[in-house]
Design a protein around this ligand. Structure first.
Ligand code: EPZ
Length: 418
């Protein structure tokens, strides 16, 4: 099992190119199922999760051609609507093929995704909304069996809580439904807007982008197009956090400051100098120790839960103390015991973590537990005294493309060891 060996103490300096967003690429790949002519997706990040979903879609019989950062799909060869547990269990976002398969082919058998380290992550909202569109849903032996007689029918849907995947699944079903669908309490993450924009390029009629109410007028069919995945705002924030924690200066390129303003505001509150360009962001910590800052994770445009672990790591060596509230997932503090092994001072009380900044961290053998927690351990190792060994880094390969090369290009002493 691969591990990372990281020697701390280097201020990171330099430029890093941001990849396409994992959390946009996954729904965009699922949406390719809706195209009745060949469709091309560019700027696709080369990640384990992406490869898994491409494999799952190919398993439907769809012709998938994946070269470099481009995926081409031809749905004319589709032969089944079955998404097996073996693949879905390794990548929960596979549930996103449910909406498109149901909308276009009238039936789908998709394995229920398991939970994961950060929470139970049910999909009840997805299923309830699809039923509102006229789907007949049965859950048997761990599979969702969805069918509809004829076409789905437009409906007025209100989610009980903001759900990114739920919004995406319903959006991809509603675009081919008969009539109008209104989706209320919709998620407003940039990845939703990216999905809506590609669907519109395919001929869909969607209004209310970037708002919590999407109005979809169903069409008979959708055609192919050529589209490019939006920049990864979480990868951007993660590398800027590497500059903040090491007191360095990092410029992230091929990104977009407007995707993560709430995160940039926090870096500025920490005392960093943040410069914003059209498609780049530079963070200069000027050799200073950051000020610990409090925050609460909330749906976009508030502070993203996917940056919670990374900003906690910066707080760990910050001046003063901070309170972090995780309001989205019920178990997203798995990085706390690992950071504590390195000398962090964190008290967890329910969904709140109180961090008291310390001057120094000590290297220690630690274990990654989930994707974003893994990056927070990398951040801590970059400043810890000595050599830190991080185990189970397969978690990090799911969501960060070429992470060692990108960090090494910024001066980090990191290598992958078996
Ligand atoms: C997406 O997950 C992201 N994954 C997550 O990123 C991200 O943390 C999350 O949105 C929140 O922003 C992808 O986009 C592939 P939700 P998703 O449905 O869609 C509850 C990462 O690190 N809920 O918005 O699964 C759920 O349990 C990953 O890149 C229900 O109760 O998240 C959670 O508490 C981690 N019932 C909350 O809503 C439902 O039917 C938000 O979940 C659906 C969700």
């Amino acid at each position: 099992m691969d591990k990372f060996l990281i020697t701390g103490g280097v201020k990171l300096e330099g430029e890093v190119r941001i990849s396409g967003a994992k959390n946009a690429a996954l729904p965009l790949l699922a949406a390719m199922i809706l195209a009745d002519s060949p469709i091309t997706l560019n700027n696709v990040p080369n990640l384990k999760d992406v490869n898994t979903l491409v494999k799952l879609i190919a398993g439907l019989g769809i012709t998938m051609d994946y070269e470099g950062e481009t995926v081409k799909a031809d749905t004319s060869t589709l032969s089944n609507q079955f998404a097996p547990y073996e693949l879905v269990k390794t990548m929960r976002a596979s549930i996103l093929v449910l909406g498109p398969l149901l909308a276009r082919y009238g039936n789908a058998q998709v394995s229920l995704p398991g939970g994961c380290a950060i929470g139970s992550r049910p999909v009840d909202q997805h299923l309830k909304a699809l039923e509102a569109l006229g789907a007949h849903i049965e859950v048997e032996n761990g599979y969702v069996h969805a069918t509809v007689d004829g076409r789905l029918k437009g409906a007025d849907i209100t989610f009980d809580m903001v759900t990114v995947g739920g919004t995406e699944n319903i959006l991809m079903a509603a675009v081919l439904a008969e009539g109008t669908t209104t989706i209320r309490n919709a998620a407003r993450e940039p990845e939703i807007t990216d999905l809506a924009q590609m669907l519109i390029e395919m001929g869909a009629k969607i209004e209310g982008l970037d708002t919590d109410t999407l109005v979809v007028t169903g069409v008979e069919s959708l055609h192919g197009c050529e589209y490019s995945v939006v920049a990864d705002r979480i990868e951007t924030g993660s590398y800027l956090a590497a500059a903040a924690i090491t007191g360095g200066r990092v410029k992230t390129t091929h990104t977009d400051p407007s995707l993560l303003e709430s995160v940039l505001d926090k870096f500025e509150e920490m005392g960093a100098e943040v410069t914003r360009g059209e498609d780049w962001i530079e963070l200069d910590m000027m050799g200073k120790r950051p000020k610990a800052v409090s925050f609460r994770t909330l749906p976009h445009p508030e502070f993203p839960t996917d940056m919670q672990a990374q900003l906690m790591a910066v707080n760990v060596i910050g001046r003063g103390f901070a309170t972090i509230s995780e309001t989205i997932f019920e178990n997203r503090f798995m990085h706390v015991p690992e950071l504590s092994r390195m000398g962090a001072n964190i008290q967890v009380e329910g969904n709140d973590a109180i961090v008291t900044g310390v001057e120094k961290l000590q290297a220690a053998p630690v274990m990654a537990t989930d994707l974003r927690a893994s990056f927070s351990l990398v951040l801590a190792a970059l400043v810890a005294e000595g050599d830190t060994l991080i185990d189970r880094i397969y978690h990090i390969d799911r969501g960060y493309e070429n992470i060692e090369a990108k960090l090494q290009s910024l001066g980090a002493k990191i290598k992958r060891v078996s």
